[in-house]
Design a protein around this ligand. Structure first.
Ligand SMILES: [Zn+2]
Length: 61
């Protein structure tokens, strides 16, 4: 139960632990560098992520 998948952090090469039942749109953060990634797909044990923009659409300070 609750199998985890490991995805390589695109920033530092560390390991992101993603739960098998993680949903698309969920944000995971790298335990090593703190970078945040958004899950873009999760099917049949294969997960893809993309870098998450830290403050979304806020282009102010
Ligand atoms: Zn990292």
């Amino acid at each position: 139960m609750n199998n985890r998948m490991k995805i390589e952090c695109k920033d530092c090469g560390g390991e992101l632990n993603i739960l098998e039942d993680a949903v698309v749109g969920e944000i995971v953060s790298c335990p090593d560098c703190g970078a945040e990634f958004e899950i873009t797909s999760n099917s049949e044990g294969k997960v893809d992520v993309k870098p998450a923009e830290s403050v979304g659409e806020d282009w102010g300070e």
